[in-house]
Ligand binder design. Structure first.
Ligand SMILES: C[S@@+](CC[C@H](N)C(=O)[O-])C[C@H]1O[C@@H](n2cnc3c(N)ncnc32)[C@H](O)[C@@H]1O
Length: 199
């Protein structure tokens, strides 16, 4: 498979390739896919399965350029899918905070083996991302967070879910932290604990 343009270091690309085997993943959720780089690196580590790809697809700032992010994601994904016909990719256009995507996650019968978070990096966005996706990640599955550095709100948002006992860190490579989803259920108590940090 040819490399697809990605906002990831070589070490991070290797890490993403290795994660499907580590978590026995057949179902991956990505928030923040840009033009499909991270999607392709997960696919390189899988033989079969499904990758759900959430993005606003309006990263480019000018109106003229905006349609091309999704177009490039489609072209790049089509490029490798000939070699991986048993991997299904589903692009979801819009923010994970939109009701449509929330309903999509709630309606799913299966749960995700890995969730990768690399969308907006402010603390509130990551809190919302984690609140939306954690109920849909299986116990023992991976929660993989990019740009986990002090220049962003990412470490703070993750620390809320760590202290709630929902995720535990497994490893750190460059700016990617791999957590595993603990056995603790997502219930109203946890929801209230997390919501308390929004106000
Ligand atoms: C750092 S890039 C993702 C890089 C990508 N994972 C890669 O490997 O190349 C961040 C992406 O998040 C998207 N984004 C920003 N805010 C978002 C949100 N609220 N929900 C979903 N995606 C968002 C942007 O459009 C952009 O494509």
């Amino acid at each position: 498979m040819n490399d697809v343009r990605a906002m990831l270091s070589p070490q991070e690309r290797d890490l993403l390739r290795s994660l499907p085997e580590k978590f026995q993943a057949e179902s991956i959720l990505e928030i923040g896919v840009f033009v499909g780089g991270s999607t392709s690196y997960f696919a390189q580590g899988m033989d079969a399965g499904e990758i759900v790809c959430v993005d606003t697809f309006c990263f480019y700032r000018t109106i003229e350029d905006q349609p091309y992010q999704l177009q490039r994601w489609i072209e790049n994904t089509n490029g490798w899918q000939k070699e991986k016909p048993n991997i299904r990719t589903i692009p979801l256009v819009g923010s994970v905070t939109t009701p449509a995507i929330r309903y999509f996650l709630e309606d799913r019968v299966c749960s995700f083996d890995i969730a990768f978070i690399d969308g907006a990096h402010d603390a509130t966005s990551v809190l919302v991302d984690l609140s939306c996706i954690l109920p849909a990640v299986r116990r023992g599955g991976g929660v993989v967070v990019h740009d986990h550095t002090e220049e962003y709100g990412v470490p703070f948002a993750c620390s809320i879910f760590e202290s709630a006992g929902l995720i535990e860190p497994v490893s750190k490579t460059d700016s990617v932290v791999v957590y595993h989803r603990t056995d603790k259920p997502w219930d109203d108590h946890v929801g209230a604990f997390v919501r308390g940090h929004f106000s």
